[in-house]
Design a protein around this ligand. Sequence first.
Ligand SMILES: [Fe+2]
Length: 137
Amino acid sequence: MSIIMWTSELSVGVERLDEHHRRLIDLVNQLGTAVASHDAQQVTGLVLGELTRYVFYHFGEEERLMELAGYEDLTAHRQSHRIMAEHVRTLERNYDADASKVVAAELYAFLADWLVHHIRSEDLRYKPALAAPQPIA
Ligand SMILES: [Fe+2]
């Protein structure tokens, strides 16, 4: 199970959001490590709970900064966040209903893929807008 590495290539140019992304990557990696050590069942619940909470917080903060910057693709980005937030919430609900039905390795693969793809293809697009000098809020 390969672990995701945060490198400067993934930097969106806003330290606070980079920090959030590193925290999300760390959470997903915890699940990957647990899968590799065949110790995933308990960790899956913990990671899903924390991930759901943190994803909502992070998306909210990211959207707030995009809005402040007047980012033109905010609506599409927000929509992508909503879909993922709903998905993560459903995963957590499914886990709570019957933990044995959630396959940790599949969950890890899905989350790792989504996260890296989202940062690379969507988050990095707001980098120039958020790097521009902001009006004082
Ligand atoms: Fe995003």
